[in-house]
Design a protein around this ligand. Sequence first.
Ligand SMILES: NC(=O)C1=CN([C@@H]2O[C@H](COP(=O)(O)OP(=O)(O)OC[C@H]3O[C@@H](n4cnc5c(N)ncnc54)[C@H](O)[C@@H]3O)[C@@H](O)[C@H]2O)C=CC1
Ligand SMILES: Nc1nc(=O)c2c([nH]1)NC[C@@H]1CN(c3ccc(C(=O)N[C@@H](CCC(=O)O)C(=O)O)cc3)CN21
Length: 293
Amino acid sequence: MKISELLKNPALSISFEVFPPKNDTAFDNVKEATAKIAALHPSFVSVTYGAGGGTSKYTLDIAKSIEHLYGVPTLAHLTCVSSSKETVHARIEDLKEAGIENVMALRGDLTPELENADRSQWDYRYAIDLIRELKGSGADFCIGGACYPEIHPESTDQREDILHLKEKVEAGCDFLTTQMFFDNNLLYNFLYKIREAGVTVPVVPGIMPITNAKQLENALKLSGSFVPQRFKSLVDKFGSNPAAMKQAGIAYATDQIIDLYANGIHHVHVYSMNKPEVAAKIMENLSDILGEI
Ligand SMILES: NC(=O)C1=CN([C@@H]2O[C@H](COP(=O)(O)OP(=O)(O)OC[C@H]3O[C@@H](n4cnc5c(N)ncnc54)[C@H](O)[C@@H]3O)[C@@H](O)[C@H]2O)C=CC1
Ligand SMILES: Nc1nc(=O)c2c([nH]1)NC[C@@H]1CN(c3ccc(C(=O)N[C@@H](CCC(=O)O)C(=O)O)cc3)CN21
């Protein structure tokens, strides 16, 4: 099932993100976590390509098992920045062969080595280069792209960031998923600006439930997102009590999702990563709201 079709449903729906295991020994644990997440029947599950320390070689295995065993649509991530053309072409063939319909086309995070590398030697510099490859592959993928309500950390100018986003969408994005944010007003402001700039595809807000102080640190390193005082107070108060922090972080994320839905957004992507208990709690917190129109 194409995600662009799922997003036409006006009822609130939730999707989750998982990351593949770091190695063979962790494979069974990730499979089990993924199975529990799929059993919650989210609208789809996205599987990263090496984010969170996972290894890209398992992305397809995990995506296929979610789709085939649990009937839950999947979104397989693919990144391009550190890859050669040969590798990207081979991965696209793998996606085709596996019958994957939805692909999240990302540039990929720059490691410290990549930051200092000679970029003139790279086959791919931006996500748009990967989108063009996917469009030219002969397969009819539904393509997702990332967008940044608080501008991309490497950008300094929001106007320019939005112009690049528009070009990326025009190259063939069917929908966009946002970077995490902890203040919904930042999302509403961003949506207004991109709509005015002529970006019309569905935008799926990404919400990350923060369940411990260390994870907040990691998430902020990846995203540079603004942390409102209301959220900082939770971390100050509960950061050293794991159970309380988890409960408070899930409640905060739930509150964000309810506010988004109350303001007309009917699909939310949740970066609960490989934590089925967090995903389950969010679904439980929304049980009477899910399916309501
Ligand atoms: N769920 C996930 O795993 C997510 C991962 N990410 C990661 O964030 C990183 C960024 O990826 P994308 O958004 O896909 O990258 P992108 O290529 O769309 O944009 C990256 C940066 O390059 C700039 N840019 C784009 N086109 C340009 C051009 N033609 N000239 C000059 N500058 C240009 C953009 O404004 C932005 O600052 C990736 O590492 C991705 O993996 C981001 C969001 C979600
Ligand atoms: N730039 C960027 N890169 C990403 O990979 C990414 C984003 N942004 N934004 C959305 C999600 C959020 N991601 C995250 C966020 C936090 C952790 C995290 O806290 N990981 C733990 C380890 C988890 C484990 O191994 O169980 C950590 O300690 O780093 C992982 C992925 C991946 N995604």
